[in-house]
Design a protein. Sequence first.
Length: 318
Amino acid sequence: MRIVLTRQKIHGHSVDEYAAALRDRLPDHDIVVARTPDEEREAVTGADVVTGEGHSMGRLLGEVEAPDLKLFAGVYAGTGHLDLDAFREAGVAVTNASGVHAPNIAEYVVGALVSLARDFRRATRQQDRREWRAYQTRELKGSTVTVVGVGSIGEAILQRLEPFGVERLAVRHSPEKGGPAEEVVGFDGLHDALARTDHLVLACPLTDETEGLIDADALRTLPPEATLVNIARGAVVDTDALVSAFNVNDLGAAFLDVTDPEPLPEEHPLWGFEDVRITPHNAGHTPAYFGRLVDIVAENVERIAGTGETGELRNRVV
């Protein structure tokens, strides 16, 4: 089978790293890297599988003949940037990278919550000043952590929180599916959950339902000393409402790996709040990224090679 990798960077890593990992796992398949739009156009016409970011794939499927193409293997968990209708019309299956980021993003969230509770930022600043002065901190034990979104990342977060002795609430679109939490509710129970929340973690996809989910009303519902960790998408939170909440001391602290807008402009007020920690959308970074991604892609390639069918592919979204 011919597998085509598109574009030059994936999460800041060279596509050559991805190609090398695929060749190690699939030595009997022809693996080609298309580095330019012209190379991409030519390579797709003879491909059985294409993998990469996929921003241009919807357009290409409408412009070129790709009679052997059976699968587009996305390298991100999200598919909002893809023209899924174009894949459906072309009869090409689509898979995503759901699960690849679960361990590292879960570690990020746990680290953020511990850092906020123990106020490591203050410790670092005092050390920089060579200042020995005790200060008050908190514990996670006995607090209530609400995780919105129970996909692979949300589930990993909830699992890793169990040893900390916290009360875990989960909010998900289909609460009947349950999850590793003491209580699981639907989005209609969000505000009741927020009223009981000490630490709110956003791990949901950005959809019509979740855009602006944490708005002014939601922030007012949270206790004023509550903390927020957002590793979902920036637009899940109403940024203006978040700024207003900090302006009136109506929120304890926030750890933001994603923002709206993104990148966050230098002049944006969120940079100026003492109790806001901002990281540049890198919670998903991990040296294990390509290894986990290749596990998914190679499994699906082997399944197609063996059966010629795409009906039972891992992580299939189309």
